[in-house]
Write a protein that binds this ligand. Structure first.
Ligand SMILES: C[S@@+](CC[C@H](N)C(=O)[O-])C[C@H]1O[C@@H](n2cnc3c(N)ncnc32)[C@H](O)[C@@H]1O
Length: 351
C-alpha cells in the first residue's frame, strides 16, 4: 500500500541524472566520482578526523579522503558488491577504512554498532553507481535486458513485485510522482493489461510495454526513462532513506562537523535544501505582515553553501553523469538536535 502526500512534481530536469547515467553506463570505464575535489574541500578533511562516506559505491570519495589526510573513514553502502570492493581498499589503508553494509537511513545504529558516536564529516553521493546501471543482472536499465529487480541490495519487494502486484492507480501515482511522466496513467494501464498475459519479469519486456504507449520525444530520450527512474526510486525508498539519513547526520556530527550531499534530481535536492535551510534557522516568515517569529529551536547547522554548487563545465563534458549534480554543504553547530524533520513536500511510503 502506498500513500503519497503533498507531493510536488519534479521538474523536467529531474530526469537528467537518469538519462546522463544511462548514457555513461554504456562506457566500460566504470564509475567516475562526481565533484570529488569539491566534496573533499567542503568536508574539511583533517589529520585525526573521523569521516563517513555514506554511499561508498566504488570508494572514489573514501579513497581520496584516506589519501588526503591521516584520518579514519567509515564507509556505508547497501550494495553487497560495494562491500566486496571495499575489502580490497581496506587492505591498502591499514585499518583506516571500515566498511559497514547497510542503509544510510540507519546510519546512527550502523555506526553505534562499531562503537562510533560522533564524527567530523559525512558525505552522501546519492543515487546509483554507473556499475549498477551497467550490470544487466541488477535490472536497472532498459538498455540491457535482465531480471526486473532494481533493488540496490538485491532484496524484495523488487520492481517486478511492484509492477505485477499494484493496481493501476497506485502504479500511476509512483510513475507520475517519482518519474514526472505525463503519460503515467497510460503506462500504468498498459502494465496492468500486459501482465494479464503473463507476469512482467524482465527489463526488456517492461521497456517494450512502455514504448508502445509513450510517444518518443524530440530530444530522443527513450520513452521508458521516466518510468524506470520512478520504479527505482520507489523500490529503494530513496526519498525515505534520504530523510532518515539527514536526521541521523544531525545526531552524529560533532560541532564543526560537515554534512555534504551531492544530489541528482530535484526531489532529492529540494529535500536537502529544505533540511539545511530549516536547521540553520533560515525558514522564512509565514507573512511579511507578521512580526518576526523567534525559531523554536537553536540552529543545529549553519549553511556552508548558500546556493547549490554545480560541477565545472570541464567535469560535465568529461563525465555526463555529473551534468545534473548539485552539491550542498552545512556545518553542525553545538545546538541540540531538533526533535524531527517534517519536509513540507514529502512522500510517505508505506510498503
Ligand atoms: C553514486 S554511487 C556513489 C559513488 C561513490 N561516491 C564513488 O565515488 O564511488 C551511490 C552508492 O550509494 C549506494 N546507496 C544508495 N542509496 C543508499 C542507501 N540508502 N544506503 C546505503 N547505500 C546507498 C548505492 O548502492 C551506490 O553504491
Amino acid at each position: 500500500m502506498i500513500a503519497i502526500e503533498n507531493f510536488s512534481q519534479p521538474t523536467a530536469a529531474a530526469n537528467d541524472n537518469y538519462i546522463a547515467m544511462t548514457l555513461i553506463s554504456t562506457s566500460p570505464s566504470g564509475h567516475v566520482p562526481v565533484m570529488l575535489s569539491e566534496v573533499l574541500d567542503y568536508m574539511n578533511i583533517r589529520d585525526g578526523g573521523i569521516y563517513v562516506d555514506a554511499t561508498f559505491g566504488h570508494g572514489g570519495y573514501a579513497r581520496a579522503m584516506l589519501e588526503m589526510a591521516d584520518c579514519m573513514v567509515y564507509a556505508v553502502d547497501r550494495d553487497p558488491l560495494a562491500e566486496r570492493r571495499a575489502m580490497q581498499i581496506t587492505a591498502e589503508f591499514e585499518g583506516r577504512l571500515r566498511f559497514i553494509r547497510g542503509n544510510f537511513g540507519d546510519l546512527e545504529s550502523l555506526l553505534h554498532s562499531v562503537g562510533v558516536d560522533h564524527v567530523d564529516g559525512i558525505c552522501f553521493d546519492l543515487g546509483v553507481a554507473s556499475s549498477q546501471l551497467d550490470d544487466s543482472e541488477r535490472g536497472f536499465s532498459f538498455r540491457h535486458d535482465g531480471p526486473l529487480n532494481m533493488r540496490m541490495d538485491g532484496g524484495r519487494p523488487n520492481a517486478a513485485d511492484v509492477v505485477n502486484a499494484m493496481d493501476a492507480e497506485q502504479l500511476a501515482d509512483i510513475i507520475s510522482h517519482f518519474g514526472d511522466e505525463k503519460f503515467a496513467s497510460r503506462v500504468a494501464r498498459a502494465i496492468v493489461e500486459a501482465r494479464k498475459e503473463s507476469p512482467i519479469n524482465t527489463t526488456a519486456r517492461l521497456a517494450e510495454i512502455i514504448r508502445r504507449v509513450v510517444p518518443r520525444s524530440r530530444d530522443g530520450i527513450d520513452p521508458a526513462t521516466r518510468t524506470f527512474q520512478a520504479l527505482r526510486i520507489y523500490v529503494n525508498d530513496e526519498m525515505g532513506e534520504l530523510e532518515r539519513g539527514l536526521i541521523q547526520g544531525e545526531r552524529l556530527l560533532s560541532p564543526g562537523g560537515r554534512l555534504v550531499l551531492v544530489s541528482y534530481h530535484s526531489l532529492e535536492d529540494r529535500m536537502v535544501k529544505e533540511f539545511m535551510k530549516t536547521r540553520s534557522g533560515k525558514t522564512p516568515n509565514a507573512s511579511r505582515h507578521m512580526p518576526e517569529v523567534t525559531p523554536l529551536h537553536k540552529p543545529s547547522f549553519s549553511l556552508v553553501t548558500r546556493k547549490s554548487i554545480a560541477p565545472s563545465s570541464e567535469e560535465v563534458s568529461s563525465n555526463p553523469r555529473a551534468s545534473s549534480a548539485k552539491l550542498r554543504a552545512a556545518e553542525r553547530s553545538a545546538a541540540p538536535v531538533w526533535p524531527n524533520f517534517a519536509p513540507n513536500k514529502r512522500t510517505v511510503l508505506n510498503s
